[in-house]
Design a protein around this ligand. Structure first.
Ligand code: DAH
Length: 333
């Protein structure tokens, strides 16, 4: 092997040993082995060099210096590299991007209730609340629903096992928000102008348009000289605010024990008419039940189905979607 080849081999082996050194101590050992002043490999080669001929010397000298520099530099770099603090491989890597949090949203029905409360508020109605567990008196008796009325059928209501416990008769999950009319009038002398939104319960068979729990908005306005045209105007304004200017409204004659006359309320928005609730002029018997004088005051009342209106506005075709809590569905609203 000539000296040039020896130097090549030296350089190769030194660089390999350097790259394999795993700590400062190993680097120092490599330095001694390859560059050591006394017994280092380069020292041996230097001694060989002196035996070379005059002609060979300049080339060999250059190659020698190059190998020396290359090895010295590689040692220096490896030392710096190993001197750096170890990269953390466990625990938290603070340089990784975080997990994005998606913003929560209110349920479409909650949004609908808020919106209706806001609309009614702007029209001058106060917002009231009533209990969801009601007694027979507020759910039926005071609303002029007689003892033998089919609306009281145990198959159409969720009566509670604590039946007869209260002095207002058996308890039940309220089947309508009309109960709030009574509770408010019991507490407040006329005039009253309120709405109330909330859950109502009926043991219906669940399908695309029925659920055993749904939401209503009740409205009540009692004052001197309140008429049916006030009722229609208010409902038209509420419908317009919620659905848009192109909504039409119509009344169809109907019957409710607590209103006389009574109507079904339909709204048209787009192609079809949709029945959205009931309404009418508060029956004198109801006014009497709460101590109002039907000769002095009159009033209108209405009850609207919130799911129906919400579904109409958003084009939801199945009420069950609202209660399955599927985030993929709910996050659209
Ligand atoms: N409470 C009725 C129901 O649940 C709806 C209703 C009809 C409410 C007429 C009213 C009303 O206030 O005047 O079906």
């Amino acid at each position: 092997m000539n000296l040039i080849e020896t130097l090549d081999t030296y350089q190769q082996e030194a660089l390999q040993a350097i790259s394999q050194a795993q700590d400062a101590k190993a680097v120092e050992e490599v330095r001694i082995r390859f560059l050591g002043k006394k017994k280092g490999r380069l020292k041996e080669i230097q001694q060989e060099l002196s035996k070379a001929s005059r002609e060979e010397r300049p080339e060999l000298g250059r190659r020698f210096n190059l190998a020396k520099q290359t090895v010295e530099q590689a040692l220096e770099e490896r030392k710096n590299e190993l001197g750096k603090p170890e990269k953390k491989t466990d625990g938290i890597d603070v340089t990784l991007p975080g997990h994005p949090f998606s913003m929560g949203k209110r349920h479409p029905i909650s949004q609908t209730l808020s919106e209706f409360k806001e609309i009614a508020g702007r029209l001058g109605f106060d917002i009231e609340d009533g209990p969801e567990v009601e007694d027979d008196y507020h759910n039926f008796v005071a609303l002029n629903i007689p003892k033998d009325h089919p609306a009281r059928d145990p198959l159409d209501n969720f009566y509670l096992a604590v039946a007869q416990a209260g002095h207002g008769g058996p308890w039940l999950l309220r089947s309508q928000t009309s109960t709030v009319q009574i509770r408010v009038m019991e507490q407040t002398p006329p005039p009253v102008r309120i709405i109330s939104t909330g859950r109502v319960y009926r043991p219906d068979t669940i399908d695309a348009t029925h659920s055993c729990m749904f939401h209503q908005m009740e409205g009540l306005y009692v004052d001197t000289d309140v008429t049916m045209s006030h009722l229609k105007t208010v409902l038209k304004m509420i419908a317009t605010e919620y659905l848009g200017d192109d909504v039409a409204i119509r009344f169809r004659p109907s019957f409710f024990p607590f209103t006389e006359p009574s109507v079904e309320v339909d709204m048209q928005w787009g192609e079809t008419w949709l029945e959205v609730g009931g309404a009418g002029m508060v029956d004198p018997n109801v006014l009497k039940a709460v101590g109002y004088d039907p000769e002095k005051v009159s009033g209108f009342a209405f009850g609207l189905g919130m799911e129906r209106l919400c579904m109409k506005r958003y084009g939801i075709h199945d009420i069950r979607l609202l209660y399955e809590n599927d985030v993929r569905f709910l996050s659209q609203f």
